[in-house]
Design a protein around this ligand. Structure first.
Ligand SMILES: O=C[C@H](O)[C@H](O)[C@H](O)COP(=O)(O)O
Length: 242
């Protein structure tokens, strides 16, 4: 099966459960999890489906350890009986399963609507393989419809915002009338770019003092499971991409 842009995709299954594409995508990714793995747990509503699916499989006898990309995911996983190790003591992860805010045909993603992109990037980088799970609304031809979240040292946020204005419209993320804080107690500037150039803008973001991380995942994602109207498609990153 081919998308309009000619990229090959592999149809996996069709399901009557069209109202729960996130869960279907998460369950499809379970095929990649085998006994003995150290699994990276993503963050967000789609990743939560994967955590619940992993817990069910662990209940059926699958032996895995996990690391989590957020305190929320760690708490969910532990509450379901999964073994969650401290990532600070982990150098390498076998497989990470995470959500995304946007994913394109080259398996490039925008992540971080839930504020977890810095830990997600660290765990992804430590992983032998990272797969994204998503419902069809996340699948885009071109990245940039969603804002790019940028995690910033609070000390530097006004300076960083001024620099970001050269290429984007940064908005300080707020919750209950106060700046949103990540698990690391940093702030987030959500950036809408006027014509995102993913590679150039990722390099530029990383060069700004005070920027600790951002939600552009351009080389980390090996494959994506995208469920749309009950149909799950696996999109593999092309060799040589990114
Ligand atoms: O910080 C949050 C993460 O990057 C999420 O994986 C991403 O925002 C997707 O979340 P959801 O599955 O809830 O749409």
């Amino acid at each position: 099966m081919f998308r309009g842009d000619g990229r090959a995709v592999v149809p996996i299954s069709a399901s009557m459960a069209a109202d729960d594409d996130k869960r279907l995508a998460a369950e499809a990714a379970m095929a990649e999890v085998v006994d003995g793995m150290l699994v990276g747990l993503g963050t967000g509503s789609t990743a939560a489906h994967a955590i619940r699916a992993l817990a069910r499989r662990a209940g059926d006898g699958l032996r895995i350890d996990c690391v989590a990309t957020s305190e929320t995911s760690a708490a969910l996983a532990r509450g379901l009986g999964l073994s969650v190790r401290d990532f600070a003591a982990v150098a390498s992860v076998d497989l990470t399963i995470d959500g995304a805010d946007e994913i394109d045909g080259g398996c490039r993603a925008i992540k971080g609507a839930g504020g977890a992109m810095l830990r997600e990037k660290c765990v992804a980088a430590a992983s032998r393989r990272m797969v994204v799970i998503a419902d069809g609304s996340k699948w885009v031809d071109r990245l940039g419809g969603a804002p790019v979240p940028v995690e910033v040292l609070p000390f530097a946020h006004s300076f960083v915002a001024r620099v970001l204005e050269q290429r984007a419209m940064p908005v300080l993320r707020m919750v209950d009338k106060a700046p949103y804080l990540t698990d690391q107690r940093n702030v987030v500037l959500d950036c809408r770019f006027a014509g995102l150039d993913p590679a150039a803008d990722a390099t530029w973001l990383q060069s700004i003092p005070g920027v600790l991380g951002h939600g552009l995942f351009l080389s980390e994602v090996a494959a994506a499971y995208v469920a749309e109207h009950g149909n799950v498609t696996r999109l593999e990153r092309s060799r040589g991409t990114g």
